[in-house]
Ligand binder design. Structure first.
Ligand code: ZN
Length: 114
């Protein structure tokens, strides 16, 4: 599974003023959603030449900021079905680097082998 969460809020941040402050949604977690979509696009292209050995799910959870409600519900459902999930790659706030220099690199794409 490759996952991120859709919702965003800064309501739990110190000194948050909802009428004056912006929610940090572009990082938390639009960055993760964008990455999930980018990986899905690349994996779709890769699958045309070499199908993956396992199913890959691209999952976007809601209500993360209210206590992981969406992801916990999903996990409970999958556990109840005994779904054979072997790995989860969760991306949350991947577009922010707190340490200087404040930059980061995103590497996407692939070159098909010949
Ligand atoms: Zn988050």
């Amino acid at each position: 599974m490759i996952t991120a969460h859709l919702d965003s809020t800064a309501a739990f941040s110190d000194h948050f003023e909802p009428h004056a402050d912006i929610a940090p949604g572009r990082d938390d977690d639009a960055s993760g959603v964008a990455a999930v979509l980018a990986v899905a696009s690349v994996m779709k292209k890769l699958a045309t030449t070499k199908p993956p050995k396992r199913s890959i799910r691209f999952v976007l959870f809601n209500a993360e900021e209210h206590g992981l409600i969406g992801s916990k519900a999903y996990a409970r459902g999958q556990a109840a079905k005994k779904a054979p999930i072997v790995g989860v790659y969760q991306m949350d706030m991947i577009g922010y680097n707190v340490n200087p220099p404040r930059s980061f690199e995103v590497h996407v794409g692939y070159l098909p082998s010949h």
